[in-house]
Design a protein around this ligand. Structure first.
Ligand code: GN1
Ligand code: MG
Length: 372
């Protein structure tokens, strides 16, 4: 994906016209979080604020199916939240319908747009400022998963097939190396060796799922810390966002991906690898938070594989960045040519670090489980 300019979409007038809005737009800006969709905040003259988002149809090939998932999941969550005495307007997203009742608008250029409510007085974190915050993040994602425990997962569309099928991700990497589409193969021999050495790891969780040894659940599948909105004052989690990949999956995916991002001591694209490691204390906080809300519903087998899932999801993400680097940066948004390679390096550094700390991660997980 090319670098995105700060400007309104050329079709903004027709997009706004498609919705039954009470007042005119008075202000706007772009939100540069996330590597996939393009997001704007729009303010109207009556003071109302909304999020306008362009769905990336290279990544999400069936936007209507995706929107169907999002609407069904958020409708379901709204009811759950109300039952639990929460505030449904703040604790989950709301999709606004177009004048003709559709949950997104396809503009004259073929772009798909959706309008969400803007969660006021809330913000997201790109890194952990204090360890207790990460406990709360774990509790929020664990809670999200338990709120969806009875949702009929088989009715959801698979928005990205085999999203966390790590072995297929591995095979994709090998295929990208063979294609060498961007002519970058010579630069990445060491990174490829690192990945090829860990081929067997990529089969472990998918095998457990295929053999029925761990259950398929409705999971978020993109549990980056910045996919949680926190209240500006209380700093408590308000709602889980970025529901594009909510699909049947494994609890291990949600746990592992959260550790990958949040327990790292550095940013996902840090160039100075000496700054990158997995913080065991943060790991412990997240395990405790996650198990406080999801622990009772997890099986012993799932608990056993939590530490491994952290390594696995980190490795998977590193392979995906490397694949995209080899393909010429066609999937993730990048700000400079080596961006995906830098991201791959941080992920592989974290994998190596987790391998060193693995016994400790297992001990911490077992202790946290005993105490729920
Ligand atoms: C993408 O959109 P964003 O930034 O939340 C990606 C995740 C990756 C993540 C890496 C649909 O998430 O799978 O883990 O980047 N989302 C998709 O930062 O591919
Ligand atoms: Mg996302």
């Amino acid at each position: 994906m090319a670098i995105i300019e700060e400007k309104l979409p050329s079709t903004i007038d027709e997009i706004l016209e498609a919705y039954d809005l009470e007042s005119e737009m008075s202000d706007w800006g772009m939100i540069r979080a996330g590597h996939i969709n393009r997001t704007y905040h729009i303010t109207f003259r009556n003071g109302e604020k909304r999020l306008l988002q362009k769905i990336n149809t290279i990544v999400f090939k069936k936007p209507l199916e995706l929107m169907d998932n999002v609407v069904r999941v958020t409708d379901y969550l709204r009811e759950k939240i109300a039952e639990e005495g929460g505030d449904p307007e703040r604790e989950t997203l709301r999709v606004f319908l177009t004048r003709d009742g559709k949950n997104c608008y396809c503009d004259s250029k073929g772009g798909y747009w959706r309008f969400y409510n803007f969660v006021e007085n809330a913000f997201s974190y790109d890194s952990i400022e204090n360890d207790d915050l990460f406990y709360r993040a774990g509790a929020a994602f664990g809670n999200f998963q338990s709120q969806l425990a009875d949702f009929p997962g088989e009715t959801l569309f698979e928005t990205i097939p085999d999203f966390h099928h790590t072995y297929k991700r591995f095979l994709n990497l090998k295929a990208a190396a063979e294609r060498n589409a961007a002519g970058r193969l010579n630069e990445v021999a060491e990174e490829l060796r690192f990945a090829y050495d860990r081929e067997e790891d990529t089969k472990i969780v998918v095998d457990l799922i295929e053999k029925g040894e761990i259950p398929v659940r409705v999971t978020h599948n993109d549990t980056k810390l910045n996919n949680i909105m926190f209240d500006s004052e209380t700093k408590k989690p308000v709602c889980v966002v970025d529901l594009d990949t909510v699909m049947p999956g494994s609890a291990l995916y949600d746990f592992g991906d959260a550790i990958r991002f949040g327990a790292s001591t550095a940013a996902e694209d840090e160039k100075d690898l000496s700054k990158v490691s997995m913080d065991l204390h943060l790991y412990e906080k997240y395990v405790q938070g996650f198990l406080s809300t999801a622990g009772k519903s997890l099986t012993e087998k799932e608990i056993e594989f939590l530490p491994f899932s952290a390594k696995l999801l980190t490795f998977e993400c590193g392979m995906r960045f490397l694949t995209d680097y080899l393909d010429g940066d066609v999937y993730f948004g990048t700000a400079y040519p080596e961006h995906n390679l830098d991201r791959c390096h941080t992920q592989f550094k974290l994998v190596a670090d987790m391998e060193q700390k693995f016994e400790e991660m297992k001990r911490i997980t077992a202790d946290a489980y005993k105490n729920i």
